[in-house]
Each structure stands twice: as C-alpha cells, then as structure tokens.
Design a protein around this ligand. Structure first.
Ligand SMILES: Nc1ncnc2c1ncn2[C@@H]1O[C@H](COP(=O)(O)OP(=O)(O)OP(=O)(O)O)[C@@H](O)[C@H]1O
Ligand SMILES: [Mg+2]
Length: 413
C-alpha cells in the first residue's frame, strides 16, 4: 500500500495500483468519520505515477474539493507536478494542445469537442513516438472515443478525466478514463437488463448490444473495447459501483467490495493497456451481429493524391529538420502510415532549404536499413530536394549502407 493517513495528513508514496485509489477513498472516508474536513497531502516522495491510480485520485480530489473538503499540499514531487494531478488541465480549443506533449498529463473533458481534440492529440503524439503494429492505432482510437463518449452520455457527471502513457521498454500504451458519476450499475439497473449486483452490470456492459437506452446507443462501445483488448492480448480493468472486472487475454476475474464515493455516486474507472508490438485485427475484433466493421481511415485517405499515392509534406511537420530526435519522430510517423496503408509514400521536401545530416540519417538512412535498398525504392519517392539536401541525404544514406554491410560482414566472420 502506498497511501497512509495520520490524523488529517495523507501521505502518497506511489500512484501505481488500483488499490491506491481505494486507499485514498478510505482515507477520506475514515478521516471524515474521525471529524476531519480538511487534509494535508504529502506527495514529497511520490516517484511513480501510472494512469490507473493518478487519474482517479486527481478526479476524486477535484470532486471532494467541490464538496467543501479542503486540501493543502505540503509538498509535491516533480512527477506529481508534471502530470497536473492537483490541477487537471482544461482545454478550450484544439490550439491549447498544439505545443504540448499530451501524454503523461491529466486532462479534464466535458464535451465531444474535448474528446475529439484530445484523441487527435494523443494519436499524433503516439505516432511520432514509436512504431506500432498494424491495427493498433485504429483500435486505440476506437477505445478512447467510446470510453470518453460514455462519460458524456451516461455518467451524469459534469466531466471526466483522462491520462495516457507510452512505456517503450515493454511496448505498452496505457490509458485511464475516470468519472465521479452514477456508475455502470446505477445506469443499467432499471433497464431490461436488470443487473442484480454491481459486478453483473460490468459483465453485462461488456456484452454486445447492452445499452441503457436503445434509442440513444447500440451497446457496441464497451463490447468493441473488450474485443479489441482480447484480440491484442492486452488488459482491461473496469471498476464501478463497488465492483471491479479485470480482463487479461481472454480471462476475466471479478472483485467486490471496492470502496467508492457512495451508492449513488458509483464512479467509473476504465483502465486499458495495449501491447503495441502485437497487431490488432479490427475485422475480427469489431464484429457486430455477425457483420464485420472496419473503420475507414479518413486521416490516411486525406493524404492521398490523385494517383493514389500518399503525399507526406515534410514542411508541415512541427518538429524541425535539425535534430536526430526530429528525424526519429518523423520516421516513426512514416512507418506508422505505412502500417495503415500499402500506398507509395512521397516524401516531399518542398519549402525546406536545409536539413542536418543527423536528421537525414535518422529519417532516411534508417528507413533504407529498415526496408532494404530495394524495398525502400519500391515504397518511397523523394521529391523536391534542392542540391544541398540531395548531397546531405546521399552522404548519410551511403554511410548507413556501408555500415550495415560492414556489420553484416563482421557477423558472418
Ligand atoms: N461512464 C459511465 N457511467 C455510467 N454508465 C456507463 C458508463 N459507461 C458505460 N455505461 C453503461 O454501460 C452501457 C454500455 O455501454 P456501451 O458503450 O457498450 O453502450 P452505449 O454507450 O449505450 O451505446 P454505444 O456505445 O453503442 O453508443 C451504457 O449504456 C451505460 O448504461
Ligand atoms: Mg458507448
């Protein structure tokens, strides 16, 4: 356990397990029974902040504050400041997300514009961060849209909270979405589905066609989420109204007696992890009523020119053309476009005067090694390079290829 209460001081040493959320709710509950209405929060030694505990605790603090409980922060570690735990970020336009990395930060969202802006910003940041297997992006987009939309459609709370992370070391993406609304059981209890206990409501919500109101929803959202996670062998934890359901691979486990704010305010936590080294087959995962559904990739379609090639304009990229990191982020983006489409990709240098040689190496040198010279030539066309850029690229690619030949020689000896 990483949360301790001494009188009205709550010390939080780590934010990494769903149990931390339960411990926080208990601390406030028992503190309240002991007569406390204000608390001191000590985050001085919080070293780890995963979404599964950080997002619910941020949302709970926000809720308790509105209920008149006062929190004084004694100290907070850098990570707690960085994720905005005590002040979840509000957004009022897409531009608010333009110059920040939206990962590792807690956001508040209250309407479908917020959902749209946030999901786009998450996906854009991720596609520059690493190479993802086929279907992962579309799968993730589905999960985020559906879960965040559910907060708006069903929770009866003003807003929800979200944070995402990428863990490159084990190639996982983790997202948690939280609201302090009525909870899944309360939402479904008076419908034809009639769950008897909170845990039944969770099992029901993940089934095909279960919705509180067929006039509004189809009951596909959570079912699709579950199928995507199963298809990817990822993991999903759904916690609401004192019950929790944990799904890993195809195995589900359920838990009862999870602390929550109150019977009426059952809260909902959706936490999921996707293994991005593994593919997601959307045709298999999103099969409704026997009909398979493949989302159309509008973003990729927009990039296509009249010949069906993908036009990738370098000068529209925001990272610049001078550093290795910029080259790597653009390379990841191109690799991810290729995962989603088998079209030829034109890398257009128009409007660019100069690039650094380390940028050229990171972007093009490494693409040539990734696909081989022949594969590269079949997949990519380089257009509108000035003479200087041509020289820089020429040199960096030949150096890379020479190195790769050298290393394959030494591997063979
Ligand atoms: N955050 C939430 N708070 C309260 N109830 C929820 C929440 N998320 C889901 N539910 C309940 O679970 C049900 C199933 O959710 P699901 O997303 O599968 O279907 P839907 O939202 O009703 O329809 P669709 O997603 O097809 O538009 C919802 O109808 C609602 O009763
Ligand atoms: Mg839904």
């Amino acid at each position: 356990m990483s949360i301790y209460r001494r009188l009205n001081t709550i010390e939080i040493t780590d934010l990494k397990h769903p149990k931390d959320t339960s411990a926080f709710i208990k601390a406030i509950y028992f503190g309240g029974r002991a007569g406390f209405v204000d608390y001191k929060l000590d985050f001085s030694s919080t070293n780890v902040a995963f979404p599964n505990a950080s997002v619910p605790i941020a949302g709970l603090i926000d809720y308790y504050k509105k209920e008149g409980i006062q929190f004084e922060v004694i100290e907070q570690s850098d990570i707690v400041t960085a994720i905005s735990l005590l002040n979840p970020i509000n957004i009022s336009s897409q531009d608010d997300l333009k110059n920040i990395n939206p990962l590792n930060k807690i956001f508040r969202f209250s309407d479908s514009d917020h959902v749209f802006w946030l999901v786009n910003a998450f996906l854009e940041e991720l596609e520059r961060s690493d190479k993802f297997s086929k279907g992962v992006f579309e799968g993730l987009e589905w999960c985020l849209n559906e879960v965040m939309d559910n907060v708006i459609q069903h929770s009866k709370s003003e807003s929800g909270f979200v944070m995402g992370q990428i863990h490159k070391s084990n190639q996982h993406i983790a997202f948690t979405i939280f609201d302090t609304g009525i909870g899944v059981f309360n939402s479904l209890k008076d419908t034809e589905h009639k769950p008897r206990y909170p845990v039944d409501a969770l099992t029901l919500a993940l089934q095909e066609g279960v919705t509180r109101d067929p006039n509004i929803g189809q009951g596909n959202g959570m079912y699709g989420l579950r199928r995507i996670i199963e298809n990817n062998q990822g993991q999903l934890t759904l916690t609401s109204n004192s019950a929790s359901l944990f799904l890993k691979g195809n195995k589900a486990r359920t838990f009862n007696k999870i602390p929550t704010i109150s019977r009426e305010r059952g809260c909902t936590i959706v936490d999921f992890q996707i293994d991005y080294a593994k593919e997601v087959s959307l045709a298999e995962a999103l099969n409704f009523n026997g009909i398979s559904y493949e989302p159309i990739n509008l973003k990729i379609e927009k990039l296509e020119n009249e010949y069906g090639e993908i036009l990738f304009k370098l000068n529209e990229q925001t990272s610049g053309f001078g550093t290795r990191q910029a080259g790597e982020r653009i390379r990841n983006k191109i690799l991810n476009i290729h995962q989603q489409s088998d079209r030829i990709i034109i890398i257009d240098f128009s409007g660019i005067e100069i690039i650094s040689s380390s940028f050229a190496d990171e972007l093009l040198g490494k693409l040539v090694i990734e696909y081989g010279f022949y594969g590269f030539n079949n997949l990519f066309k380089l257009k509108n390079m000035n003479g200087l850029i041509q020289n820089i690229v020429q040199r960096s690619i030949s150096q890379r290829m020479a190195e790769s030949i050298d290393s394959s020689r030494s591997n063979n000896t």
